[in-house]
Design a binder for this molecule. Structure first.
Ligand SMILES: [Zn+2]
Ligand SMILES: [Zn+2]
Length: 162
């Protein structure tokens, strides 16, 4: 397998490890790398740092360059990011890897980083923690799910920092 799980958060804007719901198992590890600043080409763009806590302000509405202060709106910047994914499919149990747009897409009513299993073609998604959509679970369990439900969004304003 070509992708290697990063051993440090330093170069990343995102890292998560999830189990898919349901009785068939399956899991996903996803991460996104920081991009070089387009203005000074020296810094790596990230959410602004909270000076007091020494941590990233994960809810900030922009990304900034720590070297020159160049900033980009969250949505504009996230359109350029790619999620690197290692997964075990909850439908066909195949292990695989994928690149997916980091920008969240509609997924069974929720927002998610969405990709397709290379083995069976099912759409898989990384949703917010604890908000795995019920119709996705139903589909994993082999129950009937309305056609097109996997491309719907119920809560357009839902927070997508996860
Ligand atoms: Zn810069
Ligand atoms: Zn599959």
């Amino acid at each position: 397998m070509a992708k290697k799980i990063p051993d440090s958060m330093e170069l990343l804007v995102y890292f998560t490890r999830r189990k898919f719901p349901g009785s068939k198992g399956g899991s996903v590890i996803a991460w996104a790398q920081r991009l070089q600043c387009p203005a000074c080409k020296k810094g790596l763009m990230s959410k602004p740092i909270d000076e007091k806590k020494g941590t990233f302000k994960t809810r900030a509405a922009e990304y900034v360059c720590p070297k020159c202060g160049h900033s980009e709106a969250k949505r504009e910047h996230e359109e350029k990011l790619t999620a690197q994914i290692l997964y075990t499919c909850p439908f066909c149990a195949k292990e695989g890897e994928a690149d997916a747009p980091f920008a969240r897409k509609p997924f069974y009513g929720k927002k998610a980083i969405v990709f397709a299993c290379a083995g069976c073609g099912e759409r898989l998604g990384v949703t917010k923690k604890l908000s795995m959509p019920e119709p996705f679970l139903a589909k994993i369990e082999g129950r009937a799910v309305r056609k097109g439900a996997d491309k719907e969004l119920e809560e357009p304003d839902e927070d997508d920092d996860f």
